[in-house]
Write a protein that binds this ligand. Structure first.
Ligand code: 13P
Length: 215
């Protein structure tokens, strides 16, 4: 079933796209955003400059495959749809190509527990999903697997995905992933950094529950 009046949600998606580029975690139309809406998702259209978007450009795709919209959905609609279908704890998905996270993904490296803030992504690491061509069901399968028990992942030779219980939280988490990526990249020239234990990350997860955006 299509959600009743989703205009405000569509506006929030457009504002978040513009913010994604303003904050430097994305460039051009490399990213895409989705939010759960009724029994489906609202997702950005493919290849349209964000500052030209109006609410009607956002596309609705039902979990059963129905598409409603005057534009073609993002080429990455498959992983947006699959994540929001399979992860009932997730309400919004942000995909972008931020420089530091993408550099790690090019090296096929995930992020280990170098800093306690990794806990905001649900566990002691952020995995890097194996490479698959953009827009494919294989990429979606790899992304969903890499997100198991986590709220963010990298995509090899591609970029990153951040999820949230709201669009605001997914956007916040995307910036946290990029910050951790930058820190890891800065440490690597000095050698593989020491990491915090799984027990300590669990301790942090327990302590930050309800802190700020971590919900
Ligand atoms: P869209 O413009 O189709 O959303 O795709 C950009 C992209 O990032 C593909 O990974």
């Amino acid at each position: 079933m299509v959600a009743q009046d989703d205009t405000e949600l569509r506006r929030q998606i457009i504002e978040s796209c513009i913010e994604m580029n303003r904050s430097g975690i994305n460039q051009g139309t490399s990213g895409n955003i989705s939010v759960r809406s009724g029994e489906g998702i609202l997702v950005t259209p493919t290849s349209m400059p964000y500052d030209t978007l109006v609410p009607e450009d956002i596309v609705w795709i039902g979990f059963s495959g129905e598409v409603i919209g005057k534009r073609r959905p993002s080429s990455e609609w498959r992983f947006h749809l699959d994540i929001l279908r399979e992860r009932r704890d997730v309400e919004a998905v942000v995909h972008a190509h931020p420089n530091a996270a993408t550099s790690l993904s090019i090296m096929e490296k995930g992020i280990p527990a170098i800093h306690y803030m990794i806990a905001v992504c649900g566990g002691p690491d952020i995995r890097c999903a194996p490479y698959a061509t953009f827009g494919t069901q294989d990429l979606s399968r790899n992304a969903v697997a890499a997100l198991e028990g986590r709220t963010a992942c990298l995509l090899a030779h591609h970029g990153m995905i951040a999820c949230g219980t709201s669009l605001e939280q997914a956007m916040w988490r995307a910036v946290e992933v990029e910050t951790l990526s930058r820190q890891y990249l800065d440490c690597l020239p000095m050698g593989e950094p020491p990491v915090l234990s799984d027990a300590e990350i669990q301790n942090v997860i327990d302590r930050i529950a309800g802190y700020g955006h971590s919900g």
